[in-house]
Design a protein around this ligand. Sequence first.
Ligand SMILES: Cc1cc2nc3c(=O)[nH]c(=O)nc-3n(C[C@H](O)[C@H](O)[C@H](O)COP(=O)(O)O)c2cc1C
Ligand code: SF4
Length: 478
Amino acid sequence: MPSEYRLILKHADQPGYTPDLECYLRHGGYEVLRKALTLPVRTLPDGKTQTGPEQIRDEVMKSGLRGRGGAGFSCGLKWSFVDRKSGKPIYLICNADESEPGTFKDRQILHKDPHQLLEGMIVSCFANDVHLAYIYIRGEMPEGARLLNRALAEARAKNFLGKNILGSGYDLDIHVHRGAGAYICGEETGLIESLEGKRPYPRIKPPYFPAVLGLYLCPTIVNNVETLCNVKHIVAMGSAEYAKLGTPNNTGTRIVSLSGHINRPGYYEIETGKVTIGQLINDPAFGGGLRVGRKLKAVIPGGSSAKVFKAGEKFKLKRKGPDGKDVEQEVDMLDLPYDFDSLVAAGSMSGSSAIIVMDDSVDIVEALANISEFYAHESCGQCTPCREGSLWMSKALHRLTHGEGRKQDADYLVKIADNIPGGRTICAFGEACSWPVQSFVAKFRDDFVAKGAADEERRAKARRTTLPEQEAESASTK
Ligand SMILES: Cc1cc2nc3c(=O)[nH]c(=O)nc-3n(C[C@H](O)[C@H](O)[C@H](O)COP(=O)(O)O)c2cc1C
Ligand code: SF4
């Protein structure tokens, strides 16, 4: 029987567990920080030595931790890109923007266990020689910001932050910065611009890779809330133990936000890849199945920008056979393990690990119109293909859902969507607004064509009935 595996959310929902420091300390809080700050220099088999911060970076690399913010990029690799020779300060930013529709996992940590995030951040900052860090929190989460600021004050009072932390000689402060509620502020370079007090226009990469030219054009690490919490656990248990959680190349746990037409929407922490999409939707331990009398129609597996899956879809995936060799296997969408790699192999992504379930009561054209309206509203407008394309797609879908559709709208939508991504835009928002359109139309083409055709037919009929009346009226007035 599949079940939750709570590592990050171990305490969060326990009765009596509160977000204050006393409670965190009672549950072993900040012990990992003490361990991290006092790691002795280690001698490697080749005779080289490693300082404490170097050991932590090495452990994070070996743990296989991948970013939980969307792209699933290796955290250890990201940290290895940081320019440590520039002589400039290195900054760390915790991305708490959590703006991808369908996603509500980071806020569970912020609201219920903010000190866990702070401990993960302080350890990560220590590992990367960071002395000033920021938490960029979505404007719509005032309670999260309040709790974080309270937690920061508590941590400063106990010298978990500030000068000479716990007598180690290491100095660090962390500030909370509230956004104003724009989706694009979640994109790391847009976030950095916003933090600098400017419009959140994403920056071109290259040259503005945050690891080299980030905040104030200094080397900067941007990591998601959940990613930084994982660092604490990697240091606590060691990379080898951590890597036993989950599956190869998809290590650790993931907090999945499950929403839509299921009986038990909510957030569930699982070992990555050990639970399938179907289990997440149907198992009583998770989504608990669809509403009575309803059938599954579609699943968006990784937040609104992920490509949609159609119920009954099958994929050819490479799996290890009994002899260890790769064999190709046909896998139903519901049997896909919920991990980074399987979903990419199936043509979508686990993104921010937000599963949106749609049953057969959903008008798929309406659903896409809703998503596209969001993206048209949130495009920052710097790049013409994204600014115009997202708006054109939204307008076409508005037409289709307001009785003004045309049969060829399906092709028109795909033509626009195909011309936005592929290096034509500054940031990945171009892909994010195109993928839903490309996948919805490809997989539910008949719904789009039928709607456009019905609208055309209705308009033609209306013309046929009103024209003779108009002709008669004009003849009588002559
Ligand atoms: C349009 C857009 C929106 C994004 N929104 C978020 C977000 O809300 N939270 C987040 O952690 N990452 C978001 N990201 C990903 C960030 O740019 C960045 O990759 C991430 O914070 C890195 O953290 P990680 O490596 O720990 O995942 C977004 C990316 C794009 C392109
Ligand atoms: S792709 Fe869109 S959101 Fe990203 S920079 Fe260009 S216009 Fe802005």
